[in-house]
Design a protein around this ligand. Structure first.
Ligand SMILES: NC(=O)c1ccc[n+]([C@@H]2O[C@H](COP(=O)([O-])OP(=O)(O)OC[C@H]3O[C@@H](n4cnc5c(N)ncnc54)[C@H](OP(=O)(O)O)[C@@H]3O)[C@@H](O)[C@H]2O)c1
Length: 335
């Protein structure tokens, strides 16, 4: 079989190589997946480009990419939860079944000590696998494990959205567009920010009520507040905490997961004055994934796929994922 390897010490796409190895066999408690599609996230760029990061230590070759979908084609001894032919995705974190995050979850598939999904076959523990929503094809399902689940956790944690909610999504990457689509499916009103005016119409087509350009309007949090009367929830995929707090109405929540920018520690006056909540998001657990999958089938949610690439063109896919033109998810399909 073929798989992509990120060589130890690599800091750019020159370190990404396609190699031929034997098809792995599942051991006790494991299943083998014939991978049909993978999708890229911002974190895969961090694993690739910014070595060393918390996501990757520089001392070994790594099969990159956290998110993939495929079909179970072999089962190891002792597994009775899956059968050959089941359509599945991987789960991002190790052993994160329910409850809050814990210390031994790792940094996700395709980082540190865990090889990822950019491979024709992968072997995973049976509990590291989730059923793919029946309404999605493999390319669509491959976008779920990180971006979609993060968006879902942000919308439905301690401050779940309702049809009356006003939600702000920051930027137009995978997490933000999933949050937009899930929130619209729930009947909420959605506002967005972007740095690219060319994306305005596409956001409106997805049901966004209003858009602020965060580059042209550095004080975009106040601008959103003025236009909306304040939102109940910000899905902050940038890490711009004080702008997000400024956009909130009293009692609202900033669900924060972004590491792209940091506008300092939270302003206590804003935080206290609004009685705001700030909640950190770590993707999500397997229980939340199940609820998300059901909602996807019920509401016929279609993941926001921007472009699809062939397996051999993985380097082009990485480039597309880091382009300013990105609008949602980049998928790599396998033959
Ligand atoms: N904690 C977690 O569990 C978790 C899980 C998933 C992702 N994340 C983090 O969430 C962020 C988004 O991930 P992703 O995979 O969705 O990213 P992505 O798909 O690569 O998103 C890229 C988009 O983000 C927007 N963006 C870039 N820099 C920005 C800035 N300074 N301010 C506002 N928006 C900016 C841009 O939108 P425009 O072109 O419209 O400006 C860009 O197109 C990353 O920081 C990632 O590490 C965290």
């Amino acid at each position: 079989m073929r798989r992509w390897i990120l060589k130890a010490g690599a800091t750019n796409l020159d370190g990404l190589f396609l190699e031929e190895v034997a098809i792995p066999e599942p051991g006790p408690g494991e299943v083998r997946i014939r991978v049909h599609a993978v999708s890229l996230n911002y974190r895969d760029q961090l694993v690739l480009l910014k070595n060393p990061t918390p996501w990757r230590l520089p001392d070994r070759d790594l099969v990159p990419v956290s998110d993939g979908a495929g079909v179970i084609d072999a089962i190891g001894p002792g597994v009775d939860t899956w059968v050959v032919g089941d359509r599945v995705t991987g789960l991002y974190f190790r052993d994160f079944i329910e409850g809050p995050p814990h210390a031994n979850m790792g940094f996700g598939l395709g980082s540190l000590d865990e090889d990822g999904m950019l491979s024709e076959y992968v072997v995973l523990p049976a509990k590291r696998v989730a059923r793919a929503p029946a309404s999605l094809d493999y390319a669509e399902a491959a976008t779920l494990p990180c971006a979609a689940l993060t968006a879902w956790s942000a919308l439905y944690g301690d401050h779940p959205i309702t049809p009356d909610s006003k939600v702000l999504v920051v930027g137009t990457g995978g997490v933000s567009l999933f949050a937009l689509i899930f929130a619209r499916a729930a009947g909420a009103q959605v506002f967005a920010t972007t740095s690219q005016n060319a994306k305005l119409q596409r956001l409106l087509d997805l049901g966004v009520s209003d858009v602020v350009n965060y580059r042209d309007t550095p004080d975009w949090g106040k601008a959103v507040f003025d236009r909306t009367g304040g939102v109940n929830k910000v899905v902050d995929a940038a890490g711009s905490l004080n702008q997000s707090l400024a956009a909130l109405q009293p009692g609202g929540e900033v669900a924060i997961m972004g590491v792209m920018t940091a506008d300092g520690p939270p302003n206590p006056a804003l935080l206290m004055g609004k009685g705001a909540t700030v909640r950190g998001i770590a993707v999500g657990n397997a229980k939340a994934y199940e609820a998300m999958s059901q909602a996807i089938d019920t509401h016929q949610v279609k993941p926001p796929i921007d472009r699809r690439f062939h397996f051999e063109d993985a380097k082009d896919a990485y480039q597309a994922q880091s382009s300013p033109e990105l609008f949602g998810k980049i998928v790599i399909e396998l033959p």
